[in-house]
Write a protein that binds this ligand. Sequence first.
Ligand code: NAD
Length: 432
Amino acid sequence: MEHVNHPFDQPLNPHTEWDDPMFRLAQQQFLNAAAIMNLDENIRDRLLFPQRTLLVSFPSRRDDYSEVETVFGYRVQHVLTMGPTKGGIRYHEDVNLGEVSALAMWMTWKCSLMELPFGGAKGGVRINPTLLSRPELQRLTRRYTMEIISMIGPERDIPAPDMGTNEQIMAWMMDTYSQQVGYPVPEIVTGKPVVLGGSLGRAEATGRGLVYLIVEAAGFLNIDLGTSTAVVQGFGNVGANAAKFLEENGVQIIAVSDVSGGLYNANGLSVSALQQYVEQHRSLADCTLGERISNEALLELECDILVPAALQNQITEANAAHIKCRLVAEGANGPTTLEADEILQQRGIFVLPDILGNAGGVTVSYFEWVQGTQNVTWTLEEINRRLHMIMTRAFHRTLLRSQRDRITMRTAALIEGIQRVAEAKLARGVFP
Ligand code: NAD
């Protein structure tokens, strides 16, 4: 039968407002999973794009008061079906609408996979935060918060830190929101300082959660962590904490890197010495605790565990055949392209996919939100115990599905996440 174009038929058209390589990666991963699970077509098309998108441009004053720059900011809510939306704020010079939308979509699958009562969201500002002074960052953050204030709220959409943002930025966002409504609202953000109602354990939760999963995966793969080696790309919140907890588990960290390049020592680096160095100097540039190595060469070092914990698009068709590890543990969002995924699979390299690998962050963010909305405080032991339970349960559910259906861990994790959202959408029906 001849295909007749339906008036609403356009979801696969790449020329949408959100188009970007990272958004196409997120859409393609979703479509692959949707095909395998025979997802209802209407639900599939609904989930292919974010439900709400806000793009703002606003002025930001530099310390030299005569200079005002125009800055772009974004907030994207992918799914409004599951509860409030949740997702970090990224400050990076390459941030764009497509990137933020891809990250929002991954947040939906991640929250659903972890069985948290949130839909996915993400925000971003297109600036390089390392070039701004503290007062400049504060002014920019307050203005950005005002620009997106109609979209956020403790029962609507709850921001958190992501690349380039931290607990200080969350504190300024919380203060700005509270000033506007006239009373303190700590639950408006997660990942804020403990003194403002932040949760114990949130700062290191993403790295800690990733290492809980690595321990489970090592058990499955028969890797003895006490005699194994790891390479970590990115030495920020996720990478440095992952390195620290791996070291605590007896793993030798042979290389780490940040945007300035990498450091290598075949006999192992001291994570605490590296952390001290970065605290004092802000980056690993000029650090002499190991041999200098490029980020590209670092990814191809021989090791047992490779942890990409910097940014997207790192393991690609160009280098996937040269990766020499047994386990890729994704701390970053979207570090592996579709083509690279296939190569890793053919080579028998086990992948802990991002939506599972870095879900420890949003899980403890959820704990922070629960503590905030109920005015209770949990101990660190309680938080880590619950985090461990949720991470290991999600790991084993994903592994089971992957083995049963003979699909990759990434596809299995996506299907686990998509399924709950699809069921919820069907249960809520279509309005009007
Ligand atoms: P961060 O800003 O704390 O650290 C980022 C690190 O990556 C820094 O060391 C930076 O120098 C390095 N980096 C930047 N560009 C690089 C490049 N081109 N090559 C190598 N290194 C580079 O950010 P983060 O919060 O640790 O986030 C890292 C990744 O983890 C991101 O993909 C983010 O979306 C993801 N993530 C973070 C959290 C969280 O709780 N912070 C949660 C889930 C996922």
